[in-house]
Design a protein around this ligand. Structure first.
Ligand code: NAD
Ligand code: MG
Length: 398
């Protein structure tokens, strides 16, 4: 008999959260939903609570909690909580075996880390947590005896292409390089002079993947790949020099590992996040995810090219931040979140996103990070600096 995994889904109403629950619904004998969280999408969370009957639901604030209670007055046993502390509680509760960390951005760091500190099986989609505090995160997880299963499709593909039981350090596995594939996003071939006029709708229309708005913009600037390079360095214990980015517009090969003997192992599939999610949920077993079989005859051709760093300066900024170490990746992440939010609100031109991030990195000194407080401090300083820069940038959008 399979023992049930008891699951908390952080960010249940988002793209990853919904795909997770889609897979979970296919296997009621394997998963029990303990808690679900959302920020302000109360109506959507109410529907999910009706369907999955969690014991706890967490929302952004008191107002959302009151609204959710009103919508679910016929479910008196459901406990409704709010705020970051409550997110930490549902991530670390003793009943929970598995946490899907799928809150977007720095807002997910506290609860992702709470799951790591509690030694849970952490299914990590919230890449920003690792970018900001990779060292702390991995150390906490190891100390508490938890495990990390990557949800990001590239890292999940690398994980699947590594020998079973590797120890989050590739040095002894005969690995030469980790190759992260990238679609190149919607503007791979757009003339550079048009970058100034890109709208949020164009940036969010990804050719292959359907995702939340922030990661969609990150994919369009290729900052997403930059964040993933940093994420890979922490998950697999591999330095920047051995992480390569390869443009692969079809998004069929989700990433690969090159070995010393010349072999290359890869994971292929449709660009549908339910595959990595199902892999991580069931690991080391395999379960159905609802994703169709890959028809390579129909696809017929796969293509590759090197990334153009003059087109995508964000990728270079991320490599530089990884090499600089300390608080540099946290500063990069904070500046990027501020810049992307401003762009989505119509207050920053698309082509100015990398400029704001680069200037923030120049203005905020990098320092070593040894505690969560120091991470939040670096994050706050970077946000302050980028908000000043963004005030200047608004003039270009008028
Ligand atoms: P999304 O915007 O669709 O969903 C985000 C979720 O987080 C929602 O449930 C939202 O309510 C919640 N949330 C937002 N702000 C919050 C806050 N301040 N406090 C608490 N909760 C908050 O995002 P997504 O596309 O599902 O991405 C989630 C994470 O997964 C991101 O870190 C992203 O980089 C990563 N990821 C996503 C994909 C994808 O295909 N969507 C692929 C790989 C990695
Ligand atoms: Mg990815």
């Amino acid at each position: 008999m399979i023992s049930k995994q008891v699951l908390t889904v952080l960010g249940a109403t988002g793209s990853i959260g919904l795909s997770t629950l889609d897979v979970v619904a296919r296997h009621p004998e394997r998963y029990e939903v303990f808690a679900l969280s959302a920020h302000r999408q109360v109506g959507k969370l109410a529907e999910l609570c009706r369907r999955f009957r969690p014991r706890h639901a967490v929302v952004a604030g008191e107002q959302e909690a009151v609204e959710l209670r009103r919508m679910l007055s016929d479910l008196p046993a459901l406990s409704i909580m709010y705020g970051p502390e409550a997110l930490g509680q549902i991530a670390s509760a003793s009943e929970v075996t598995t946490v899907m960390a799928a809150i977007v951005g720095a807002a997910g760091l506290g609860s992702s880390l709470a799951a790591a500190r509690a030694g849970k099986r952490v299914l990590l989609a919230n890449k920003e947590a690792l970018v900001m505090a990779g060292d702390l995160f991995i150390a906490s997880l190891n100390r508490a005896g938890g495990s990390l299963l990557p949800i990001d499709s590239e890292h999940n593909a690398v994980f699947q292409s590594l020998p079973a039981g590797f120890d989050y350090g590739l040095k002894h596995c005969g690995v030469r390089k980790v190759v992260l594939t990238a679609s190149g996003g919607p503007f791979r071939e757009t003339p550079l002079e048009k970058f100034a006029f890109v709208t949020p709708e164009q940036a969010c229309a990804h050719p292959n993947w359907s995702m939340g708005r922030k990661i969609s913009v990150d994919s369009a600037t290729m900052m997403n790949k930059g964040l993933e390079v940093i994420e890979a360095s922490w998950i697999f214990g591999v330095e920047a020099e051995r992480i390569e980015v390869l443009i692969h517009p079809e998004s069929v090969i989700h990433s690969m590992v090159q070995y010393e003997d010349g072999a290359v192992l890869a994971e292929l599939g449709h660009p549908d996040m339910r595959t990595p999610i199902a892999h991580a949920l069931a690991y080391p077993e395999r379960i159905a995810s609802g994703v169709a079989s890959l028809d390579l005859v129909k696809i017929s051709k796969l293509s590759f090219e090197a990334p153009d760093l003059s087109r995508f300066p964000c990728l270079q900024l991320a490599y530089d931040a990884l090499r600089a170490g300390g608080s540099a990746p946290a500063i990069l992440n904070a500046a990027n979140e501020e810049a992307v939010a401003a762009f989505l609100q119509g207050n920053l031109r698309f082509d100015r996103i990398p400029v704001v991030i680069a200037e923030t990195l120049e203005q905020v000194p990098t320092c070593p990070l040894s505690s969560l407080e120091e991470v939040f401090h670096a994050d706050a300083r970077a946000r302050d600096a980028s908000r000043h820069l963004l005030a200047r940038e608004r003039a270009f959008c008028a």
